[in-house]
Write a new protein. Structure first.
Length: 154
């Protein structure tokens, strides 16, 4: 029983450090990797500064996606992303959108956008992040013009 109390004490003692806010430094790049009739896949490169002694994870989260102002359904982070401790670096977030909210009237606009050189991509919602048992949500509201050259169309 003493071992359990000692273990609990050690966990509580080391977790009680000064916590500094993680800083989102900005979006460095958005790359549309593929677009099909079912949805779109993109990679978002963001710079994040974590001045804390502990790393944390950004978990798979659902966001509302827009393409050139059209509602493009839900966008989902396809993988958890681990943010390293005491670091400032770029991380790649892979996002998939399912076009579930796209109406038939918007299909011609979508085809025209696919043939154009760029598109305005927007993401809005909450990202879930945390470490072990502690989780927190962070609001996301971004919009960026994205070049579509070299994109894979299926």
């Amino acid at each position: 029983m003493k071992k359990y109390f000692l273990f609990l004490f050690v966990i509580l003692f080391f977790s009680c450090g000064d916590y500094q806010d993680v800083t989102f430094m900005g979006i460095e790049n958005v790359k549309v990797t593929s677009m099909t009739h079912q949805g779109i896949e993109a990679e978002i490169t963001a710079r994040i500064k974590n001045p804390n002694k502990s790393s944390f994870t950004i978990y798979k989260s659902d966001l509302d996606a827009t393409l050139n102002g059209m509602n493009a359904g839900k966008a989902r982070l396809s993988k958890n992303v681990r943010i390293k401790a005491n670091s400032e670096q770029t991380y790649v977030f892979k996002v998939k959108s399912d076009f579930s909210s796209l109406s038939m009237a918007e299909l011609p606009k979508l085809l025209a956008m696919a043939k154009s050189k760029n598109a305005k991509v927007g993401l809005k919602g909450n990202l879930k992040a945390g470490n072990l048992f502690i989780k927190k949500t962070f609001p996301v509201d971004m919009s960026k013009n994205v070049p579509l050259e070299g994109m894979q169309l299926n």
